[in-house]
Design a binder for this molecule. Structure first.
Ligand SMILES: Nc1ncnc2c1ncn2[C@@H]1O[C@H](COP(=O)(O)OP(=O)(O)O)[C@@H](O)[C@H]1O
Ligand SMILES: [Mg+2]
Length: 214
């Protein structure tokens, strides 16, 4: 299964989601590959900062032929997570075409809602070539006890028929702190709230068919 994490906006949580989804899948026993399709190379930088044994390899493939090249590279893995590039261009298109499901992280801000429409258009375009392609919004950096999360969900649902997953992520300092050491939240605090919310998201995304019996 190939999970693309994409949004044409920077700073919304693409790399954070990619790393933490990948780590959770790896801990569950899947053979995981992370593809850094962002020319900024944040996922690659994360893996360079890491001193522990890798949970999964990270390869840089920021190229417009990603959708054609990936099947060969992905053959030995159960799960591939693509950290997509910001900006609407050939790289974004290739990453979407390479994916089985695209997760679109969005922050609870009207700017993010407006910007999400571009990503949704790219997905619509890709679905014409690849009708089975799925997509969903993931609300990231939700702030506890605020109504804006609900407002954002309503606004996102009006963009098109891309669903908003109920399993969003809260604003938590552990996401930035763990990344600085090349770690994931499941490693730093396996029983913590962040690890739990990522596990819930992974469970929602990975279909029963692909799920490990364990
Ligand atoms: N849920 C969260 N809580 C706290 N900080 C977060 C959260 N998600 C992302 N961040 C931080 O926000 C910044 C941008 O996130 P990042 O994943 O790099 O976004 P993108 O890859 O879309 O540019 C990073 O410093 C990251 O650590
Ligand atoms: Mg990034």
């Amino acid at each position: 299964m190939i999970i693309g994490v994409l949004n044409q906006k920077g700073g919304v949580g693409k790399t954070t989601l990619t790393i933490n989804i990948a780590a959770t899948l790896a801990k569950a026993g899947y053979r995981v590959l992370v593809v850094d399709a962002d020319p900024q190379g944040s996922a690659l930088a994360w893996s360079s900062a890491r001193e522990r044994e890798p949970l999964f390899p990270v390869v840089g493939m920021a190229k417009p032929t990603l959708h054609r090249d990936l099947p060969e590279v992905a053959r030995d893995y159960d799960m591939v997570v693509i950290d997509g590039a910001p900006r609407v261009n050939d790289l974004g298109r290739a990453a979407i075409l390479a994916s089985d499901i695209v997760l679109i992280p969005v922050q609870p801000s009207p700017y993010d809602v407006w910007a999400a429409a571009d990503t949704v258009s790219l997905i619509r375009e890709a679905q014409q070539f690849k009708p089975g392609l799925k997509a969903a919004f993931v609300v990231n950096r939700k702030i506890a006890n605020t109504a804006i999360g609900r407002d954002i969900t309503d606004a996102l649902e009006q963009i098109g028929d891309v669903p908003v997953l109920p399993q969003g992520l809260r604003q938590r300092v552990i996401y930035a702190e763990s990344a600085g050491q090349g770690l994931s939240v499941i490693e730093v605090a396996p029983d913590g709230e962040a690890a739990r919310e990522i596990a819930a998201l992974v469970k929602a995304v990975v279909s029963n068919k692909e799920r490990k019996a364990a």
